[in-house]
Each structure stands twice: as C-alpha cells, then as structure tokens.
Design a protein. Structure first.
Length: 231
C-alpha cells in the first residue's frame, strides 16, 4: 500500500467522529450563520462569477446547509461536499425548494480526501472551511489537486490577529475549539507556508470582508502550463 493511499484511508476512518462535531449544529446552523455571514458568501459568489468560464465546474468544499448555493452563477455546474450528512440533507432540501438546477451533486466527502480526478474543477470554493479542519494543509493540497491549471481556489475564512486584544482573546478561546467545531486561533501563516510550497499558486485578490472585517477573501490562481514555442 502506498503512502498516499494509507493517508486517505486513515482520514476516511476518522470521518464519522469528525463529522459528529457538526451534527449538533445542523438544525441551528442557518439561524446562527445565515445573515451575519451573508456579505462574505455574496463576495465569494461574485469572485466565482468573476473567474468562472461559461458552463464552468465549481466545487464547494464544506458546503454545509448550502447557504451560498443560490448565490452562485446559474450557468455553472456546482458540486458540493461536506462531512456531515445532516447538513447535506438540509442543503438538498434547499436545492429542491429553490429549484437550484445548477447544483448537480451534493455528496458526503472529506475535503482532504476528495474523490475526484485531478484538474476536475474550474473553481474550488472553500467558504468558512479551513479553520474547522484538523489538517488545513492537507485540505488545501487536495483542493489544489482538483483545481485545473488556470483555475482558482477561493478561500473565505477568519484568520487570527497577530497582536493586540483580539489576538489575546483568540488564543484564550483556542481550548474551546473542539466544542465549537472551529479554531478561534487560526494564523494566516497556514496560508503563507502552503504558498511557499506551491510555486504555481499566486494570490490575485485578498480583502477583508464584513462583519467588522473579521473575515478574509482570498483568490488563489493556479498557473497554466507555458505554451510550447512554435517551431
């Protein structure tokens, strides 16, 4: 058994216990996370539309209850994945109720063990995902793998402050991360370190998002191969 297959099997075996963290939030998720986070989801959907080709394929990693699905371009082909089946049940009900025909598939899947071929998607969107994963670098790697050359990975999330009162508070809350289901202390260095290891990755947009500029939108483009010179 090769190392990559062993890693994937190990992560797959851990899925149920990880997903259970979010099961208890499923019924209340929209009540808590809908309107306060709407500006970020709208900004992310507009970023997708800005870079997506006609009839392009979009992967929403960590789709949850599907709050952003109705904001994505109707001319796209959208696949959503999430670890928590109760969340996906709500997302499927949303798709049916709102007739979101551009949503082609919603599947139970670990974003760090994506069951798709390399370069399968034009855009991979990760809304509020990285700070809830146990291995964000692994998740970034697999999302990057399924992004086509010339495509983009769009990340929306919270990065902890480097200093000051907010930084101290986030560090104090770090111990509550397991119960909350996300990590209040999540340094931007996670992205910086990953970028250093991926020379084909380039940040083409980075900006703070409401509420209170606590969240960051990142567009990371995957360089297309250089064209062969004409002889």
């Amino acid at each position: 058994m090769n190392i990559e297959l062993a890693r994937r099997e190990q992560r797959s075996s851990a899925e149920p216990s990880t997903a259970r963290t979010y099961y208890r939030w499923a019924r209340f998720y929209d009540l808590i996370f809908d309107w306060p986070f709407y500006p970020g989801r709208l900004a992310a959907a507009r970023a997708v539309a800005k870079t997506l080709p006609a009839n392009g394929r979009v992967l929403v990693a960590g789709v949850g209850t599907g709050l952003e699905l109705g904001l994505l371009p109707r001319g796209s082909r959208v696949t959503g994945v999430d670890l928590a089946r109760p969340m996906l049940d709500l997302a499927r009900a949303r798709v049916a109720h709102k007739r979101l025909d551009h949503v082609k598939s919603l599947r139970v899947m670990d974003a760090g063990v994506l069951e798709f071929e390399d370069a399968s998607f034009d855009v991979v969107l990760a809304p509020y995902l990285l700070s809830v994963t146990t291995e964000p670098g692994v998740v970034l790697d697999d999302m990057w793998r399924v992004t086509r050359p010339g495509g983009e990975m769009i990340i929306l999330g919270h990065f902890s402050a480097e200093q000051g009162l907010r930084s101290n508070l986030e560090k104090r809350l770090a111990g509550a991360g397991a119960w909350l289901g996300w990590r209040p202390y999540f340094p931007y260095a996670v992205i910086g370190d990953w970028m250093n290891d991926h020379p084909a990755a380039a940040i083409v947009e980075e900006r703070q998002i409401a509420p209170f500029r606590l969240f960051t939108l990142l567009r990371i483009r995957k360089a297309a191969p250089a064209a062969e010179p004409v002889s």
